[in-house]
Ligand binder design. Structure first.
Ligand code: FAD
Length: 305
């Protein structure tokens, strides 16, 4: 028979962990489904600077501290990949790569994955010159030349943030027109240390044991050039981890999960929080906050079913 829980949480990042601790305190029968390392994206943050209580802390150390809280609280972590989520009558059915579970309520805290450029060496260079989070990692490139790839508002805004830190910033976009706002573009243009390169596409990330350069091509003239850089920020967007969602009407057009102020989706009993929501700023404390609000709402919801 399929195992049944009061609540199943998908994702053991800050949102899932924040919720799990509160739900366990409330005496509910819960588990977290996590396909990778507990702690979520915090594991890949080289240094976390803006988490209350620490002046600075390494991402992996903070992720481990999160994990210890979950483990000490006796919360079950199912090391499995969620493949599908459905609702049948009042219960949710969650199929993983190993088992099928049922739950009265579900919290989706599965975060996002970065859109990749698709180069063979991209993954290996994350933390060694490649970052997808300017706000988090910009200070590692203080006084160094870097490149940002992207044409939306996040690429423009994060370029502006980075331009105050780095020696030189190349902003590369494949079209002449930017998708981001004119105001943001104008601000970037005023920065003396920014060179805008359009319409260029990246061809190759150059490296020794870190990023050393980027080969790019002008798509109109076919002219190629090599930029000597120490950092590369591909800011071409994020993909929400919601491919398992089989319940209609839960996702927005981008695959994110909109919620109300109680963190509940359009489906009763289905909650969400953290990076998987449609939002501009994705940060640890926001994810944790969502998890705690969701937990409170779940406890209320379960009283009524
Ligand atoms: C390089 C980097 C540096 C950062 N630095 C900072 C910083 O300094 N300060 C800060 O506040 N924020 C920082 N952030 C952002 C922060 O890490 C995120 O905002 C936060 O981790 C989001 O928490 P979350 O719980 O919503 O999602 P996540 O932390 O992404 O956790 C989601 C979890 O769900 C799991 N999951 C996804 N799909 C499935 C599935 N189908 N089955 C099972 N498990 C699944 C994932 O494996 C993951 O562990 C940084 C991010 C990056 C990438």
């Amino acid at each position: 028979m399929n195992r049944q829980y009061d609540v199943l949480i998908v994702g053991c990042g800050p949102c899932g962990i924040g919720a799990a601790l509160k739900l366990k305190e409330a005496g509910l029968n819960i588990a977290i489904i996590e396909r990778s390392t507990p702690g979520g994206k915090v594991n890949i943050a080289p240094r976390v600077d803006n988490y209350p209580g620490f002046t600075k802390v390494s991402g992996p150390d903070l992720a481990y501290a999160f994990y210890e809280r979950v483990s000490n609280a006796g919360i079950e972590i199912l090391g499995e990949d969620l493949l599908s989520l459905e609702k049948n009558d009042t219960l949710f059915t969650l199929k993983t790569d190993r088992e099928t579970y049922r739950a009265k309520a579900v919290l989706i805290a599965s975060g996002t994955k970065e859109k990749k450029l698709g180069f063979y060496n991209e993954d290996a260079l994350i933390g060694r010159g490649i970052s997808y989070c300017a706000l988090c990692d910009g200070h590692f490139f203080k006084g160094l030349p870097i490149a940002v790839i992207g044409g939306g508002n996040s690429a423009l805004k994060e370029s502006l943030h980075l331009s105050h830190l780095v020696s030189h910033l190349y902003l590369i976009h494949r079209r002449n027109e930017f998708r981001g706002s004119e105001a943001n573009l104008e601000e970037i243009k005023q920065m003396p240390n920014v060179t805008i390169l359009t319409p260029y596409i990246p061809l190759e990330i150059l490296q020794d044991d870190r990023v050393t350069g980027l080969r790019i091509k002008n798509v109109e003239t076919q002219e190629e050039k090599i930029l000597q850089i120490d950092g590369l920020f591909p800011l071409i967007g994020q993909i929400p981890n919601t491919q398992f969602m089989k319940i209609p009407g839960v996702l927005d057009e981008q695959g994110n999960i909109p919620v109300d102020k109680k963190m509940m989706t359009s489906v009763p009993g289905l909650f969400s929080g953290g990076d998987v929501l449609p939002r501009l700023l994705r940060q640890i404390y926001l994810a944790e906050h969502d998890g705690i609000i969701a937990a409170r709402s779940i406890v209320e919801y379960l009283k009524g079913v």
